[in-house]
Design a protein around this ligand. Structure first.
Ligand SMILES: [Zn+2]
Length: 97
């Protein structure tokens, strides 16, 4: 099931050789990682991660995190990149269908 959707693609850049890699955001596999009980119901945390290796040998990884609270609303989003730099921010929304 796809919880979080984005129609955009994103780009990230190798920290070592500056090569830019494109990836379709539809290739991200989201999963519900944690849920917290809050006053207006559950706060859900979704994560998706990618790992790849640049042609120069550099290992690259990005972990995307999205928090849903209250239900149906993206409260906050973040990404942690290692070995690379994320060049654009994804506009994400929740698929409640
Ligand atoms: Zn590289």
């Amino acid at each position: 099931m796809q919880f979080v959707i984005s129609k955009e693609n994103y780009q990230y850049k190798c920290k070592k050789c500056n090569r830019i890699t494109n990836l379709k955001s539809s290739e991200l596999e989201w999963r519900l990682t944690e849920s917290y009980s809050r006053t207006q119901g559950l706060e859900n945390m979704y994560t998706a991660s990618i790992h790849s290796r640049c042609r120069c040998g550099q290992e690259m990884g990005i972990e995307f995190t999205v928090w849903e609270y209250p239900k149906g609303v993206i409260n906050c989003q973040d990404n942690q990149a290692s070995g690379c730099i994320v060049l654009n921010k994804l506009e994400m929304k929740l698929d409640n269908g």
